[in-house]
Write a protein that binds this ligand. Structure first.
Ligand code: NAP
Ligand code: MG
Length: 496
């Protein structure tokens, strides 16, 4: 893929969208308040963002409701909705350089990632769900022999999406693409750390032909804008990605308001199990390193607990460290940089405090462990590996969301399974083995929404993505994503 190289110079061409996008226009927060949008690359302020609260959320929800009830989007023939979303995907792809640059400046991931993975992933997600629109059929039930039973899907109405900062636009797209494809209107609350791409893409949605009020983006803080969306009486469903702590709040908001449908994707503490019979330890080591260090470990499915068989432990750890050492954090705007900054100073400090906790609880620090590139003014942490971790240590139990690997040794498959499942999370698990029986047995016994065998990353958009236990419920990706954004209606017609 030919991509631009002179990223730093191109930042001067950027025109930040910093107001809310409601009813197809950019507007200030009703209060007139703003907050600073800081780039973690160098700690500099990029722009001031509209700091929206309940009043702005209400305005956006009313716009979304009006558009939904008008049928301007929901009642369009499927083929027309598809055409609009295809155009939206094309516009995103056509603005890939600009969107990638915004993403990298806003949250610090390497430009190579945002340009080659995030933004193409966003366009691909929109296209994938658009393609599905006129290929999904409803059902006819056997009913009772006296009539016809129709089982049809209907859009819910107004969908709220509260999304995180680790893949800012991609996680938003995982919600808005299926929600829009199903015919809903949407109100998105991006994370305060990373609102720029969602705000920019909103006008591309309008340009593609999404009717007024269908696609709204309301930036602001979680405690004000996020909570107001969760508590709004006229929001039909709320899709969330973020921490388990905040996910639980959305269940409360729903219970205390209109019982809106909640779906939660709340991260994890994924085990990555290296069995003694792993065929190629070098491949497994490289993927294991990428599985925890990619995006500086700010990944909900990060392979953060390395469970390795005692007989291969030493050789394997050596190889993981070798790959980790090569992943030196660099300037995210340099196209050869593999590891960028942490999303903000808070997250950096949070991760550094987990590293201190690991040391004080007796784990052995075998690689990294420090902040680097201080002179940049930004927030960078080097790849960090802990050895001799036991599964009851804090660094094995809590989601660190940083480039920090916790290594635990096991003696047999039963012990590996016991440790792997001993967590409150259940988003993903990986197992490496050359034995097909072991693969099947482990895959069945691992309590996680996704199990990978002989990789740390597989399946893509064609497979459902979501969690067991406190990783949440509801699935993104695949046709099952539609379940979250549709009502199922039973219509029975008596035939006389
Ligand atoms: P977070 O607070 O859960 O943020 C996720 C989203 O929820 C953001 O849009 C946030 O808005 C919003 N939010 C925060 N508090 C809220 C509230 N009281 N009511 C309604 N909405 C609220 O996550 P974080 O604080 O940025 O990160 C903390 C930890 O969460 C990370 O270290 C990581 O372990 C986990 N996390 C997981 C994922 C994931 O993909 N599963 C993603 C991000 C973080 P604001 O940005 O304005 O606070
Ligand atoms: Mg930011």
């Amino acid at each position: 893929m030919a991509v631009a190289e002179n990223w730093k110079e191109r930042t001067s061409e950027l025109d930040y969208r910093n107001q809310a996008f409601i009813d197809n226009e950019y507007v200030d927060a009703a209060s007139g308040e703003t907050f600073e949008c800081i780039s973690p690359i160098d700690g500099q302020v990029l722009t001031q963002i509209a700091s929206c609260d309940a009043e702005d959320i209400d305005r956006a929800v009313r716009a979304a409701r009006t558009s939904f009830e008008s049928g301007a989007w929901a009642d369009l023939p499927a083929a027309k909705r598809k055409r609009v979303l295809f155009k939206f995907a094309d516009l995103i792809a056509a603005h890939a350089d600009e969107l990638a640059l915004l993403e990298t400046l806003d949250m610090g991931k390497p430009i190579s990632s945002s340009r080659r993975e995030d933004i193409p992933g966003v366009a691909g997600t929109v296209r994938w769900f658009a393609e599905a629109i006129d290929k999904i059929y409803d059902e006819i039930s056997p009913a009772d022999g006296k009539g016809l039973g129709l089982i049809t899907r209907e859009p819910l109405g107004v969908v709220g999406a509260v999304v995180p900062w680790n893949f800012p636009l991609l996680m938003a797209a995982w919600k808005f693409a299926p929600a829009l494809a199903a015919g809903n209107s949407i109100v998105i609350k991006p994370a305060e750390q990373s609102p720029l791409t969602a705000l920019r893409v909103a006008e591309l949605a309008a340009e593609a032909g999404l009717p007024q009020g269908v696609f709204n983006v309301v930036p602001g803080f979680g405690t004000s804008a996020g909570q107001a969306l969760g508590r709004h009486m006229d929001v039909d469903a709320l899709a969330f990605t973020g921490s388990t702590e905040v996910g639980k709040l959305f269940l409360k908001y729903s219970g205390e308001s209109n019982m809106k449908i909640i779906s939660l994707e709340c991260g994890g503490k994924s085990p990555n199990i290296i069995m003694e019979d792993t065929e190629d330890l070098a491949v497994a080591a490289q993927e294991s390193a990428l599985g925890i260090f990619y995006n500086s470990g700010q990944v909900c499915v990060a392979a953060s607990r390395l469970l390795v068989h005692e007989n291969v432990r030493e050789a394997f750890l050596e190889k993981v460290a070798e790959f980790g050492t090569k992943m030196v954090p660099g300037d995210p705007l340099n196209s050869t940089t593999k590891l960028g900054s942490m999303v903000d100073e808070n997250q950096m400090n949070r991760v550094l405090s987990y590293i201190e906790k690991g040391k004080s609880e007796g784990a052995k620090l075998s690689l990294g462990g420090s902040q680097v590139r201080q002179n940049s003014g930004g927030y960078y942490i080097e790849p960090t590996i802990f050895d001799q971790v036991s599964n009851d240590m804090t660094i094995a139990r809590e989601e660190i969301f940083g480039p920090v690997l916790s290594t635990i040794t096991f003696k047999n498959p039963e012990e590996a399974l016991q440790i792997a499942n001993d967590t409150v999370y259940g988003l993903r698990a990986n197992v490496w083995t050359s034995n097909v029986n072991t693969a099947h047995k482990m895959a069945k016994a691992l309590k996680a929404g996704t199990v990978n065998v002989n990789t740390t990353d597989g399946g893509g958009i064609t497979m459902p993505f979501g969690g067991y236990k406190q990783s949440g419920f509801g699935r993104d990706s695949s046709l099952h994503a539609f379940d979250k954004y549709c009502q199922l209606k039973s219509t029975y017609i008596r035939i006389t």
